[in-house]
Design a protein around this ligand. Structure first.
Ligand SMILES: Cc1cc2nc3c(=O)[nH]c(=O)nc-3n(C[C@H](O)[C@H](O)[C@H](O)COP(=O)(O)OP(=O)(O)OC[C@H]3O[C@@H](n4cnc5c(N)ncnc54)[C@H](O)[C@@H]3O)c2cc1C
Length: 284
């Protein structure tokens, strides 16, 4: 696509350099496919040199510039680490990357931060990081720093809480969420189609509180989380009632990848499958 109003490519990840008419450039797979008639400069954050994935005592830090390919390779790369056995939720990484139905070129350039910042309902990096209670670190002009759960940062279709000039620096996943048992369900209208419904369930270990968390993405315009503390895990009827309360009909997404009625019905069905798998040992 044409971007013939752009005059400069600036290698920086410093919000102090941002001015009106600028856009942060990561993999460029959205910016260069949508084009622009207004942008003047692209600020290339991939030059920042941030390590893609960092294991810490607290959990896993994913740099905004981590590519989908780097994230996909991580569970295998970490296989010899003790964390691999402890972090059961790493099983989600590959299906979430696979949900990103993309060409080889896109896979190797598009970034976790670019996906979350684009905030499509079918953003699989939003699904993954929201489901694991990922917390985004955001840098603002003037040295401002703030954090916000990814599930709250994405507020609607291509809408989020990032103010002009704010930069998504990283997303942190806590070790407790990574230790959880998980269940993943995804539906698309076609074999290689974009996600129409993507639900992830997480059952935290008893020592981590035993909470059951079901995160609904793709079928809704923004992530929706259903949380049930240990001792209050729902039965099928309780789960359906919780979905009724959390997702009004107009929150279901409506585009060529699925009618809202279908997304709603599949949300109930897949949520119940996840509930049964994680809390009833697979019985339904
Ligand atoms: C064939 C194809 C298939 C695709 N399939 C999917 C799909 O299934 N699901 C999906 O969600 N998307 C899909 N996309 C869209 C896109 O590729 C992804 O959303 C991708 O992850 C965007 O990442 P990027 O690094 O390329 O972002 P960029 O194009 O570099 O940036 C996208 C937007 O995010 C902003 N941005 C980037 N990084 C940051 C940051 N660190 N802080 C703040 N703002 C930032 C940019 O300014 C821009 O507005 C697809 C695209 C193509 C071409």
């Amino acid at each position: 696509m044409d971007m013939n109003t752009v005059t400069d490519l600036v290698p920086t990840a410093d919000p102090a350099d941002w001015r009106e008419g600028d856009a942060w450039l990561a993999g460029g797979t959205v910016l260069f496919s949508y084009g622009s008639q207004t942008l003047r400069r692209l600020l290339d954050v991939t030059t920042a040199g941030w390590p893609a994935l960092t294991v810490t005592d607290e959990g896993l830090e994913i740099a905004a510039t981590c590519t989908v390919a780097e994230l996909y390779a991580f569970p295998e790369a970490a296989a010899s680490e003790p964390v691999r056995d402890a972090w059961l939720a790493l099983d989600l990484v590959r299906p979430c990357c696979d949900a990103f139905v993309a060409s080889f070129k896109i896979w190797n350039t598009s970034t976790v931060g670019g996906n979350v910042a684009t905030s499509l309902p079918a953003g699989p990096m939003t699904s993954l990081t929201a489901a694991l209670d990922g917390v985004a670190e955001v840098w603002g002009p003037g040295g401002a720093r703030r954090t916000q759960p990814v599930a709250e940062l994405v507020t609607g279709e291509m809408r989020n809480t990032l103010a002009p000039g704010e930069l998504l620096r990283a997303i942190r996943l806590a070790a407790a969420a990574l230790r959880a048992r998980t269940a993943y369900r995804r539906l698309s209208l076609s074999n290689l189609g974009r996600s129409g419904v993507l639900l992830i369930g997480r059952l935290d270990a008893p020592a981590d509180g035993g909470e059951l968390v079901i995160t609904v993405t793709a079928s809704t315009r923004r992530p929706v989380q259903l949380r049930f503390p240990d001792g209050a895990h729902p039965d099928a009827a309780g789960l359906a009632a919780a979905i009724d309360a959390a997702i009004p009909f107009d929150l279901y997404h409506d585009d060529v990848h699925g009618l809202p009625e279908w997304r709603r019905d599949m949300t109930y069905r897949l949520a119940e499958e996840i509930r049964a798998e994680l809390t009833d040992g697979g019985r339904r």
